[in-house]
Design a protein around this ligand. Structure first.
Ligand SMILES: Cc1ncc(C[n+]2csc(CCOP(=O)(O)OP(=O)(O)O)c2C)c(N)n1
Ligand SMILES: [Mg+2]
Length: 370
């Protein structure tokens, strides 16, 4: 028999109980000190340095992408600075066979999972060559429809489970994405079928100009996991060790057949929403910006590594120089790819073209030959 509830609902008590369970996981504080030894992941010195290398490299990639965009040499671009720990700490916990289903801001995870940089640039330009993902690189092209990738990730994860694969599908959305129907459908379905999925919500506090406070009455996004019957955790998204540890833990559970996990990372994007005309000064104060810059993931991790004697200014300069060089090579390679033509798009879309399109195809072919 089910237990009988003799009390009317005490809403405050219920909220208190929920809040207590969704405290923010932090391992490294803003001063670069370990504040949570129990949760400290087991990483070698080389791995710790690799994490820093990737964050520094990605910060440079962001700066260069913004400037290339301003020069008209890139197309669609969503800035990433501030979110490096959320993006790269989670990707670092993956294995090559795991599948990434990114949103438009998640190009760094794709690149570190194996997507050649020049293809990321071609994606930005809207060139289909940017979406021809090489065999063995388990990513799909970034989703523009907010939240849609959550349902797809559940499907990919379920496929892995049915094939007996010991791998996971990981997907990313934002605080705004966590209000979408697709978000709920994805986590609910994955929970019901114990799909090996990891759902990350990068809560950067804004969905374009809408602040997270207006996004939902839920105090945390992590707690939305409860309704889907799956575990959820909120982590300090500016702390690369906390994000890594939470993702690794979620991955372990998933490959053990224990199903999906929802991870909310508390983070911040320093730049505009995208490079298509958004002006964050219209909805954000410089006080808030400054407050978040103090939490910067690179600054705190640098402090931690320097204190351990694992990082120096010379090493950081070398990473920056390498990043600049490789970005230059990648953009040159992207420039060398022939411009896409309408007939190219039609060719890759159909095995056998319908007659009406065949007619248009001939017209375009004629135009393009001139
Ligand atoms: C279904 C859908 N609705 C609206 C949009 C327009 N749109 C693009 S980005 C965005 C905000 C998303 O914010 P969030 O999920 O917090 O991600 P962030 O950009 O902050 O990383 C909106 C509403 C869209 N792309 N798809
Ligand atoms: Mg957001």
């Amino acid at each position: 028999m089910t237990a009988i509830n003799k009390m009317l609902l005490d809403a405050n008590k219920q909220f208190e109980a929920i809040e207590e369970q969704f405290q923010t996981l932090q391992i490294l504080n803003e001063d670069g000190e370990i504040v949570n030894k129990e949760a400290m992941p087991d990483l070698t010195d080389e791995q710790l340095k690799e994490l820093m290398t990737r964050m520094v490299y990605t910060r440079v990639l962001d700066q260069r992408s913004i400037s290339l965009n301003r020069q008209g040499r890139l197309g669609f671009y969503a800035p990433t600075a501030g979110q490096e720990a959320s993006q790269l700490g989670s990707q670092f916990a993956l294995e090559k066979e795991d599948f990434i289903l990114p949103g438009y801001r998640d190009v760094p995870q794709m690149v570190w999972h194996g997507l050649p940089l020049y293809q990321a640039f071609l994606f930005s330009r809207g060139h289909f060559e940017g979406n021809k993902i090489p065999e063995g690189v388990n990513v799909i092209s970034p989703q523009i429809i907010i939240g849609a990738q959550y349902i797809q990730a559940t499907g990919v994860a379920l496929g892995m489970k049915k094939n007996g694969a010991k791998s996971v599908a990981i997907t990313y959305t934002g605080d705004g994405g966590a209000s979408q129907g697709d978000f709920y459908e994805g986590i609910n379905f994955a929970g019901a079928f114990k799909a090996p999925a990891i759902f990350i919500v990068q809560n950067n506090r804004f969905a374009i100009s809408t602040p997270v406070e207006k996004q939902s009455a839920a105090r945390t996004i992590a707690q939305k996991a409860v309704a889907a019957g799956i575990p959820g955790i909120q982590v300090d998204g500016m702390d690369v060790l906390a994000v890594y540890a939470a993702t690794l833990d979620a991955r372990k559970r998933a490959v053990n057949g224990e199903g999906p996990t929802l991870i909310e990372t508390l983070t911040y994007r320093y730049g505009p929403h995208t490079m298509a005309g958004d002006d964050p000064t219209r909805y954000r104060t410089s006080d808030t910006d400054n407050e978040w810059e103090k939490k910067d993931p690179l600054v705190r991790f640098r402090k931690f590594l320097v204190a351990k004697g694992l990082w120096s200014e010379e090493e950081e300069t070398a990473v920056i120089e390498r990043a600049k060089e490789e970005i230059k090579e990648a953009i040159t390679k992207a420039d060398a790819v022939p411009k896409q033509k309408v007939t190219d798009l039609m060719n890759i879309m159909y095995e056998k073209m319908p007659a009406n399109l065949q007619e248009q195809y001939e017209i375009y072919k004629e135009k393009e030959s001139k």
